[in-house]
Design a binder for this molecule. Structure first.
Ligand SMILES: Cc1cc2nc3c(=O)[nH]c(=O)nc-3n(C[C@H](O)[C@H](O)[C@H](O)COP(=O)(O)OP(=O)(O)OC[C@H]3O[C@@H](n4cnc5c(N)ncnc54)[C@H](O)[C@@H]3O)c2cc1C
Length: 479
């Protein structure tokens, strides 16, 4: 015969009486409780769908009135480096263990997604910083994919509670989260849970955290990502003793037209200056401040450290025609971000001499002598290989500012997602400052950090791979 007895305890924090059945397996005890997922974007929906598919129960708590988060706004390319060495080459300071886990689990996770009937197709993507990658495109777009994965989750018996936020967490005497309290509109509700998975998308829309990690100009950042990701997962976990990852000061973003331009929120990619790596960037002092040729993402990170978070992108007609205007294979213009920026009142100019260009820059508040010296010095370096003419060397894209007309545009940084977050292990469990997992607390997608450190490798792939890993482990260990 199987005998159990109830050991009553009072939790000092929650003042709640908890019973622990001695001689009884924890998994039997928890069986009826769902796995709760905070956030219904890429990571949360993947985790939830996997849990339901395995015959277990999950509930997604979503802060907004819709699923999708930044995933729904995204370009929908689920991409990932093909091997460990490419990941390491682009992310030398990233968390190697997690980076390799990402690479190893990417294709199996894609296969699983395809087995669900997900609308994605394998495409050949352009090299990312001269590096090959796997790429699966959400088809026809990320909005449709969001609808598909949301419906799949619901069809498998998952539950979503919208317009809600977590207000309290209650742990049992074993420090396992056993109940959460949520507020939906003005109603408070308690939900028993066997594990909690944080998937709130990072902190790109939290002014205090951005100021702490990205510096004093962070309030100028244009938020490209969804507006609901305000670091709730990070705050909640750190209140339970979680450790922050490396790369808290790192984010993925792009250069966009600075105010007075107003970039429409649903048209960010049309105004993104992906080609800044072929141009010259100056700050208000008229100085170069980074090797522009690394990539636009790195230029975006460097710009937020400049006065007023502004950089002035300078290019000539040759650069404009070759890199600034995106064309189809048949030569048809697909996008011209410079031209479009004029339409939204960006500070732009087109001049026939460098002298005149510098005068306009000076009218905008850029130091005249320094900007002239730096543009001419840059040309001298690229044409005559005179290294003494510049303070920051350039690794590639040796395009002098030599063919009139010459162009300039004032840019600032748009933040897409934060790259620092919670430190997690290979099971996606949240770690404390002694690197010990905090019981049944998991973190995925933008809430976890450190895989990329002042570099990048795809955002959707993180939600896919670690969403599935967290779900599998939450079932295995805590359900
Ligand atoms: C314009 C744009 C283009 C992009 N293009 C690509 C691309 O082509 N390829 C790529 O790999 N990546 C791309 N990305 C990045 C990608 O979209 C993100 O990395 C990815 O969506 C992050 O997944 P996530 O689940 O962590 O966050 P999200 O998908 O943003 O989901 C987070 C969810 O959590 C919810 N939430 C927030 N706080 C709470 C709370 N307290 N309680 C409950 N719910 C909460 C939010 O409302 C949201 O629904 C793009 C992003 C943008 C903005």
């Amino acid at each position: 015969m199987f005998s159990v007895h109830l050991d009553m305890k009072i939790n000092p924090q929650s003042k709640k009486i908890t019973g622990v059945f001695k001689n009884m397996n924890h998994s039997i005890l928890q069986k009826q409780n769902p796995i709760v997922i905070l956030g219904g974007g890429m990571a949360g929906l993947i985790a939830g769908t996997y849990i339901q598919q395995q015959g277990e129960k999950s509930i997604i708590i979503e802060k907004s009135s819709k699923t999708g988060g930044s995933m729904k706004m995204s370009g929908g390319s689920i991409w990932c480096f093909k091997n460990h060495s490419d990941y390491k080459k682009i992310n030398p300071h990233g968390n190697t263990m997690l980076g390799e886990k990402l690479i190893d689990n990417f294709l199996p996770s894609i296969e699983w997604l395809i087995s669900l009937g997900a609308p994605i197709k394998n495409v050949t993507a352009a090299l990312y910083r001269e590096t090959d990658r796997h790429c699966y495109q959400m088809t026809p777009n990320s909005e449709y994919f969001t609808q598909f994965i949301t419906e799949k989750f619901l069809e498998l018996g998952g539950e979503i509670i919208f317009n809600s936020n977590i207000t309290q967490i209650k742990c049992n005497s074993n420090k396992l989260i056993e109940e959460i309290e949520i507020k939906t509109n003005s109603q408070i509700k308690s939900i028993n849970c066997s594990s909690l998975i944080l998937a709130t998308g990072g902190f790109h829309n939290n002014p205090t955290l951005k100021n702490e990690h990205f510096g004093k100009w962070s309030d100028k950042l244009i938020v490209r990502g969804n507006l609901y990701s305000t670091g709730d997962g990070l705050k909640l976990a750190t209140s339970l003793g979680a450790k922050k990852s490396k790369s808290m000061d790192s984010f993925y973003g792009h250069l966009m037209p600075a105010p007075p331009a107003e970039v429409p929120r649903n048209r960010f990619s049309e105004f993104t200056m992906y080609h800044s790596e072929h141009c010259l960037l100056l700050n208000e002092d008229g100085n170069r401040f980074t090797d522009e040729s690394i990539c636009d993402e790195s230029n975006a990170e460097a710009t937020i450290q400049q006065n007023n978070a502004i950089s002035y992108m300078i290019f000539d007609d040759k650069i404009y025609k070759k890199y600034g205007i995106k064309k189809s294979i048949s030569g048809e213009i697909i996008n011209d971000p410079f031209k479009k920026s004029i339409e939204i009142n960006a500070l732009t100019t087109k001049e026939n001499s460098i002298q005149k260009l510098v005068e306009t820059l000076s009218y905008w508040g850029v130091k005249k002598e320094a900007s002239l010296k730096n543009i001419l010095g840059y040309n001298d370096y690229l044409i005559n290989k005179n290294t003494s003419s510049i303070s920051i060397p350039r690794a590639k894209n040796f395009n002098p500012i030599g063919t009139p007309p010459y162009y300039a545009i004032a840019l600032t940084t748009g933040i897409t997602l934060t790259l620092g977050g919670l430190e997690t292990n290979e099971n996606a469990q949240v770690l404390n400052d002694k690197n010990i997992p905090i019981g049944n607390l998991y973190s995925i997608g933008g809430d976890s950090g450190g895989i990329y450190n002042h570099s990048y490798g795809g955002g959707l792939c993180l939600g896919l791979v670690f969403g599935k890993i967290a779900a599998g482990n939450a079932i295995k260990y805590h359900h």
